[in-house]
Design a protein around this ligand. Structure first.
Ligand code: DC
Length: 223
C-alpha cells in the first residue's frame, strides 16, 4: 500500500533536509514542491514578467513545462527540458517565487503534477499546502516550524556555505516577509492542517527531528 507523508511549514524550518532524510530511511521518494514553484518563478523572471502583473503571469505560466526526475536519488527539476537545480536557490528567485505562488493558474498546474507523482508511489512531500490541499488524505501530516530567528540563522549559514554574500538581518527580514506572504495569501495559504502534528525544531537537531517524525509515521502504519 502506498503512503504519503506531508510536511508543511514556513521557510527555513528544515523541511527539505528532514524530508530527504525521512525518504532515505523509509525508502520512498522525496518530492520538493518548493523547487517546482521556484522553477516557475525562474521562468517568469527570465521572460521579464513582473510578479504584480497577474494577467501576464497567468498567461505566461502555461508555457512552462515543469517536470521532475530522480537521478542518483536526487530530485532534478527540469524547466522546458533544462536542468535548473543549480539556478533556483538564490534569494532573488525565492522572493519572486513567494510572489507568483499566489496565482491560481500557477498553483493549479503544479498541484496537478504533485498529485500525479503521489498517485504513482509512496512519497514524502514538503511545501506549504500539502496537508491542506495537495494531499488532504495524506497518511501522516506534519507541521514543521521553528522561531524566525533560528530559521534565519540556518538560512544564513546555508548561503554562506554556498559562497553567497548576505547579511543576517536582511535574511531574517526576508523570511518574515515571505512568511507573511505565504500565510496571508487567498489561495492555499500556509496554515497548519487540523490533523497535522506540530513539530517545533527550534531546539532540536536534524537527527532528533527526523527520529520524531519517523516515530509518528511508524505509529500511523507507514513502514
Ligand atoms: O520551500 P521553498 O522555500 O523552496 O518555497 C519557495 C516558495 O514557494 C515559498 O515562498 C512558498 C512557495 N511554495 C508554495 O506556495 N507552495 C508549496 N507547496 C511550496 C512552496
Amino acid at each position: 500500500m502506498n503512503y504519503s507523508i506531508a510536511i508543511d511549514g514556513p521557510a527555513g524550518a528544515g523541511k527539505s533536509t528532514i524530508a530527504k532524510q525521512i525518504a532515505r530511511k523509509m525508502g520512498c521518494i522525496y518530492v520538493d514542491t518548493g523547487a517546482m514553484y521556484r522553477a516557475m518563478a525562474l521562468f517568469l523572471l527570465r521572460n521579464g514578467i513582473a510578479a504584480q502583473d497577474g494577467e501576464a503571469v497567468s498567461r505566461k505560466c502555461r508555457e512552462a513545462d515543469i517536470a521532475i526526475r530522480y537521478e542518483n536519488g536526487e530530485q532534478i527539476v527540469y524547466l522546458n527540458g533544462e536542468n535548473v537545480n543549480g539556478l533556483i536557490r538564490t534569494e532573488e528567485v525565492g522572493i519572486m517565487t513567494s510572489c507568483v505562488a499566489v496565482y491560481p493558474e500557477v498553483r493549479r498546474k503544479l498541484v496537478e503534477l504533485q498529485q500525479k507523482i503521489a498517485r504513482e508511489g509512496s512519497v514524502v512531500m514538503d511545501g506549504r499546502d500539502i496537508g491542506t490541499c495537495v494531499l488532504p488524505d495524506a497518511t501522516v501530516k506534519i507541521y514543521l516550524t521553528a522561531s524566525s530567528a533560528v530559521r534565519a540563522k540556518r538560512r544564513y549559514a546555508e548561503l554562506v556555505q554556498k559562497g553567497e554574500r548576505c547579511d543576517p538581518d536582511t535574511i531574517e527580514a526576508d523570511i518574515i516577509r515571505r512568511d507573511a506572504q505565504d500565510m496571508n495569501r487567498e489561495i492555499s495559504p500556509l496554515v497548519r492542517a487540523e490533523d497535522a502534528v506540530l513539530v517545533d525544531s527550534s531546539d532540536m537537531d536534524i537527527e532528533q527531528v527526523t527520529e520524531t517524525i519517523i516515530g509518528i509515521c511508524r505509529r500511523k502504519g507507514c513502514l
